[in-house]
Design a protein around this ligand. Sequence first.
Ligand SMILES: C[S@@+](CC[C@H](N)C(=O)[O-])C[C@H]1O[C@@H](n2cnc3c(N)ncnc32)[C@H](O)[C@@H]1O
Length: 244
Amino acid sequence: MTDSHVPPPELPEAEEGQERQHRRIKSFVMRAGRMTEGQQRGLDQGRPLFVLPLADAPVDFDQVFGRSAPRTLEIGFGMGHSLLEMAAAAPDQDFIGVEVHYPGVGALLNGVLTQGLTNVRVYDCDAIEVLNRCIADNSLDRLMLFFPDPWHKSRHHKRRIVQPEFAELVRSKLKVGGVLHMATDWEPYAEYMLEVMHVAPGYRNLAEDGKCVPRPAERPITKFERRGERLGHGVWDLKFEKQD
Ligand SMILES: C[S@@+](CC[C@H](N)C(=O)[O-])C[C@H]1O[C@@H](n2cnc3c(N)ncnc32)[C@H](O)[C@@H]1O
């Protein structure tokens, strides 16, 4: 978890039951959040320019970005610090961010506007819907999932976004040779990710030890992570390449 995030709220049992009956279990709970002036500006001015609607057919991102460039999708960008930094550092690549938390969407858009970035687009809805409905098969070079909600309690593990179906969905959207990059600061979640990924067909673990890769230079370090390092907390990076 990073400095930009508050832990997921407790779910009332009734709501959990209702959700089970009516729809797919979600990896998030919508949180009300106060909006700063900057975030509101981001939403007001940035939404018409950079937020894409949920489509019912795969989107032609060459047309959206006006070019054909390596394409990364980040799920759950939080306040968007990593995504902004990565997009600014790689103007020759395109980035699609997906986040359900509106203050975070506003913060990212505010940064995109302030820095004048043209290589970022955003979905402000459930990433599973976005992957299923808007992203063509075999079209992503990279999918990033940084510090997803760990859902610590075992009765909430079913809410973790990393599941066998998720691994399969992501594999279908990556190009051959494309990479799923995950990071977490919760060791049991890292172990759980490894369990899921090791039985997921069509992936190769890029870690030399068959577990985690050393911290990749391309993943920006956050304030939280720096503080965690000082306190001796760990961060685990996992990279899996699509093989076929
Ligand atoms: C613990 S935060 C981490 C945020 C950010 N990656 C970081 O490192 O600061 C997880 C984020 O994922 C978002 N999220 C969880 N499930 C999601 C989903 N299915 N679609 C879009 N966003 C999601 C949450 O709203 C939350 O902001």
